[in-house]
Design a protein around this ligand. Structure first.
Ligand code: GCB
Length: 606
């Protein structure tokens, strides 16, 4: 066969091979701190085939090739699928959403195939894990023609052990990524952000020893004051010894770890505590079976006492801002370190000590930068609006995303609370879904608080009453309320009074208004910067009268892409509630919030 013909038929061969082997390995337990391990990065250019009808996956009878279609049949002849050819297919950047890379993909929702060749110097006694930072939304992964697994959920990592299929030297990986919206997904079909599809975060092959330290967790226990931790080995036939060194604390320990299950330990230490004004992190070095992993971990405690939030035992006010994971200077998913630093530097300039990373887990780099720069973080899963609360399979998806988020980020001191939901409608099914999720979060992580953003309050005399039954289950009540935008005139907001059935701290997790940067007019003219800043002024007055308010994360740092915002010449598919334009230009309201935060910070210092 000529080289040319080989190329022409390569996609068919791949698809055939993909479909012939239906074996898929289980997702192995997520590896802690993957980027601190020995790895081969698969970031860069990948071939891509746009496949809106999923022709590479289903035959003309709409039978999935992988569902045994080939079982009792001879392989098809290559000519049947000659229209597919990865070798000549256009290239696309990974990481990167596809929507912002090609005009024809701007609004695309569906399947796109990715392909990349990679070389491996395969060693004996090593395992190879193919690791994805995230793929939105559903990914099916094949290595050298064999299906190695699939994953659902667009914002959390996943990995497959590919040792059994990986070859020494030449290998190839094919990934089918599908971002079709479906009712039974988390999130569901209706969101106010762009459904960026694709391999949106780093892809790598991680090389670990045959038996390896897959997981570790270190945190300060607020009751005992000790550093408590846990360690987990994967693929271990026998117990092992892990070395733990924290040089600055003069800690050098050898910890015996059981072959199966988690081993817990406790160390008496007096670390300097992590806090926004002094985000102290300690170098932590863990070694096992020839592998050494370094991390930078901060130690702090976070609690709720009555209506106070206590960081390291001291009451704090959370001066925050909501942020979407979108590129600082335009559209597209943010993923680089520079993106994260820019967004968080802007939050610093605004006077923040807190950020709400909405509405899904952001990339792990963002959390490491938050640790380093000293931000407390609200991190959440996309249980957003009207998901199918009655459906157990949907619950399982939410729990999986929660588990993956906590598993990935549990060592980040910056994260002080997990949020389980945003603006979900009141019902019994919702309460049983979310209370179960909250229970799960507490079981997985006793080191953080639980919250949810709620938008259902009753009207009461002079204002609002917080009576959402979900408030009973959380540690901190998040309130989304758009006085002056979705309800009421801005001038009426200052006098609005808030009452609550619950003696718990409140965070105003959303408030705001839209404005087109550079559009000026009277303060009663909608879409002007003056209107937006007037809404901020009146809402700030309102918040000063909320005695149990312990934090604010207005909506939102910068304008972001949303298909729900089609107003020509104003929105053009941008949600305009940013304090900054889509390219980072400050609007008037930015200064209003900054001044408010300055005055709070000054009071806190007194
Ligand atoms: C909300 C949602 C947020 C929207 C925002 C808006 O309540 O939580 O995702 O983008 O309002 O702009 O309407």
């Amino acid at each position: 066969m000529s080289d040319f013909r080989l190329c022409r038929t390569s996609f068919f061969l791949i698809i055939f091979l993909l479909s012939f082997y239906s074996h898929s390995s289980d997702t192995s337990e997520l590896i802690q701190n993957p980027h601190a391990r020995s790895l081969i990065s698969l970031n860069g250019k990948w071939n891509r085939i746009i496949d809106p009808y999923e022709n590479g996956y289903y035959n003309h009878r709409y039978e999935a090739h992988t569902n045994g279609y080939f079982k009792n049949r001879k392989p098809q002849t290559p000519s049947e699928l000659v229209e597919y050819n990865f070798e000549t297919a256009k290239k696309i950047d990974v990481p990167g959403d596809w929507n912002s890379q090609e005009e024809q993909l701007f609004l695309y929702e569906g399947t796109l195939w990715y392909h990349k060749r990679f070389e491996l110097n395969k060693q004996q006694n090593k395992r190879y894990l193919l690791h994805f930072g995230a793929a939105n939304y559903h990914a099916i992964v094949y290595v050298n023609g064999e299906k190695v697994g699939e994953h659902e959920g667009g914002f959390t990592p996943f990995q497959f052990d590919i040792t059994h299929v990986a070859k020494n030297r030449e290998n190839f990986v094919v990934v089918k990524v599908d971002n079709s919206r479906k009712r039974d997904q988390i999130p569901t079909v209706n969101t106010d952000w762009w459904n960026y599809g694709g391999l949106t975060r780093s892809v790598s092959v991680i090389e670990v020893p045959e038996s390896y330290l897959s997981d570790y967790h270190l945190a300060l226990n607020s009751t005992t004051g000790a550093i408590e931790g846990s360690l987990k080995l994967s693929n271990a036939q026998k117990d092992g010894k892990v070395s733990l060194i924290i040089p600055e604390l003069h800690i050098e320990k050898t910890i015996k770890v059981k072959a199966n299950g988690e081993t817990k330990f406790s160390i008496n230490a007096k670390p300097e505590l992590w806090r926004p004004e002094n985000p102290k992190r300690y170098k932590v070095i863990l070694s096992f079976n020839g592998e050494t992993i370094e991390d930078a971990i901060g130690f702090r405690t976070i609690e709720v006492k009555g209506t106070e939030i206590l960081l390291n035992g001291e009451p704090v006010f959370l001066r925050g801002i909501s942020i979407h994971e979108e590129s600082p200077f335009g559209a597209g998913r943010a993923w680089t370190e520079a993106d994260g630093r820019t967004l968080l530097t802007w939050a610093k300039e605004l006077g923040c000590n807190f950020v709400r990373l909405a509405h899904y887990p952001h990339n792990e780099m963002m959390l490491k930068i938050a640790d380093e720069m000293g931000f407390m973080v609200w991190s959440e899963i996309p249980v957003y609006w009207t998901v199918m609360f009655e459906d157990q399979a949907v619950y399982a998806k939410a729990q999986q995303q929660l588990t993956e988020m906590i598993s990935r980020d549990k060592n980040r001191a910056s994260i002080v609370m997990w949020s389980v939901a945003n603006e979900t409608p009141v019902s019994d099914a919702r309460i049983s879904f979310l209370s179960r999720l909250i229970e799960k979060a507490r079981e997985l992580d006793s080191n953080r608080l639980i919250t949810a953003a709620m938008d259902t309050q009753s009207n009461a005399k002079n204002g609002k009453l917080i009576d959402d039954p979900l408030a009973k289950y959380v540690d901190i009540i998040g309130i989304n309320s758009y006085c002056g935008w979705y309800s009421d005139a801005p001038a009426n907001c200052a006098n609005l009074r808030w009452n609550s059935h619950y003696e718990k701290p409140i965070i105003m997790s959303e408030m705001g208004a839209g404005a087109l940067a550079g559009l000026h007019g009277e303060k009663n003219e909608i879409w002007t910067e003056e209107y937006q800043s007037d809404v901020y002024k009146h809402n700030i007055e309102m918040m000063k009268n909320m005695p149990t308010l312990r934090g604010v994360t207005p909506w939102i740092l910068k304008d972001f892409r949303s298909p729900r915002r089609p107003l020509d010449d104003i929105q053009d598919f941008w949600n305009r509630k940013g304090l900054l334009s889509e390219t980072g230009q400050r609007k008037q309201a930015w200064y209003v919030l900054r001044d408010f935060y300055r005055s709070i910070a000054q009071q806190d210092q007194r």
